[in-house]
Design a protein around this ligand. Structure first.
Ligand code: UDP
Ligand code: MG
Length: 321
């Protein structure tokens, strides 16, 4: 595709936008994303909206937009499957030489997409948005995000860039690679990092949400973070092994110590409460270990069911496949 661009042929850029109850953001979003076409004369812009089971007027507004512009394509899910499933559907149905993923709430400014494309055309298969600042977000969200990304980088074998979300521009090679990954619990920025290829950051300032409220309440954020850690690291399972080994060694050492005290010294070990404490502690650790194993087993179970990652109810302006 880079060859196509350099020989003057038209490049196609598909902007994938997952939407869930974003009726207040849609008009401004459409206007701002469509406006970037004028800054990319050699590139044909396509918009691919994935409506993730919205219950407000998002679906109707998208149908209207598709009727008005033939390069606005819409995939409507049969229900809410979640942000990562919506991004997956976008990646699956995007036909462009390059594909850019952007949220619908305008926190990531669409105006920087032409610069990201220019960087990609210089020879980068992946250009990921790296947040220099995040205005309009709570201190809690900023702090948890900062800790989460740094922790993830430490425990995962995959080099997942810090402070980068799903706002990214990918070449066809990356898109085709990610399409092959059909795991049930999806952490797309990790999956994109896993496929490799030449990448470059594009530093930008994250804006405030244009309208409406976040569609990622705390419980969804925790689920998302758990999926990320469990899908990209087996450290939690190994922690159980280390804990188990450590505790067994300590207990054996303690037993030998107590026996020696009793046999060779006048001291005895008093304190049934201490015994109780140890029993409780061991019980707690065992439950913890069982819990961690359960998390992995439930993921194997989910994956084994091999259900589709999302179901499409209707599409607009999409070639039948
Ligand atoms: N979103 C989605 N399905 C969901 C939740 C969110 O498609 O179940 C979309 C949402 O419309 C937005 C993007 O995912 O375009 C990111 O959500 P949001 O901005 O609410 O998350 P935050 O930026 O607060 O983390
Ligand atoms: Mg947002």
């Amino acid at each position: 595709m880079r060859e196509a661009a350099s020989t003057g042929d038209e490049t196609t850029l598909t902007v994938v936008i997952p939407v869930f109850n974003e009726e207040d953001c849609l008009p401004a979003l459409l206007q701002r994303v469509l406006a970037i076409q004028s800054r990319m004369p050699n590139c044909r812009l396509e918009l691919l909206f994935v409506n993730d089971g919205s219950v407000d007027r998002t679906g109707v507004l998208l149908e209207e937009a598709a009727a008005a512009h033939c390069h606005v394509k819409v995939v409507q899910f049969s229900r809410n499957f979640g942000h990562q499933a919506a991004v997956t559907a976008g990646i699956d149905h995007a036909d462009g030489d390059f594909v850019c993923i952007i949220d619908a709430d305008l926190q990531d400014p669409p105006e920087v997409i032409p610069d990201m494309l220019a960087l990609a055309l210089e020879g980068h298969d992946l250009v990921y948005g790296k947040r220099r600042s995040r205005s309009g977000e709570t201190l809690f969200k900023k702090a948890t995000a900062a800790i989460f990304y740094r922790m993830l980088r430490r425990i995962c074998r995959v080099d997942i860039p810090a402070d980068a979300g799903d706002f990214r521009l990918m070449s066809r090679s990356v898109v085709l690679a990610v399409r092959q990954m059909r795991e049930t619990h999806r952490f797309i920025r990790g999956m994109v990092a896993w496929v490799g290829f030449k990448s470059a950051p594009y530093v930008y300032d994250r804006q405030e949400r244009h309208a409406g409220t976040t569609k990622y309440p705390l419980f969804k954020m925790v689920r998302f973070a758990t999926d990320a850690i469990l899908s990209f690291s087996n450290l939690p399972l190994r922690i159980s092994t280390y804990l188990g080994l450590g505790m067994t060694t300590l207990t054996l050492f303690g037993m030998v110590l107590v026996a020696c005290l009793r046999l060779f010294t006048p001291w005895t070990v008093p304190g049934i409460s201490a015994v109780l404490f140890v029993v409780l502690l061991i019980g707690g650790v065992q439950f913890l270990i069982l819990g961690i194993m359960g998390e992995y087993i439930s993921r194997i179970f989910e994956q084994d069911k091999d259900r589709p990652l999302y179901l499409i109810a209707t599409t607009s302006n999409l070639k039948s496949r």
